[in-house]
Design a protein. Structure first.
Length: 94
């Protein structure tokens, strides 16, 4: 099974005119999330694995090539985990 991800509850989120900005607890680098990133953030209000996220976003953004969404989701998850903005919480059920 794939790893599942979820928002880190200590991450601070601000939404300004539809744009989402994330800041780790204690400050640090501000992360701006574009359309796909914002979609991932919203979906991570519950545990989801990468393939579930990719499938949902491919359906939600049909004008973006599926390969690009898959690449963006995988890179975003890696970046958000490295910045401790999201957590790996175990095996997802998709």
């Amino acid at each position: 099974m794939q790893a599942a991800y979820r928002r880190n509850p200590t991450t601070h989120m601000s939404e300004v005119e539809g744009d989402i900005f994330l800041v780790p607890d204690g400050g640090g680098e501000i992360f701006y999330l574009g359309d796909v990133g914002a979609g991932v953030w919203r979906l991570l209000d519950q545990e989801r694995d990468a393939s579930a996220l990719r499938e949902i976003l491919i359906d939600a953004f049909p004008y973006i090539p599926a390969e690009q969404i898959a690449k963006d989701v995988d890179q975003l998850l890696a970046d958000l985990v490295a910045a401790e903005l999201i957590s790996v919480v175990g095996s997802g059920d998709g």
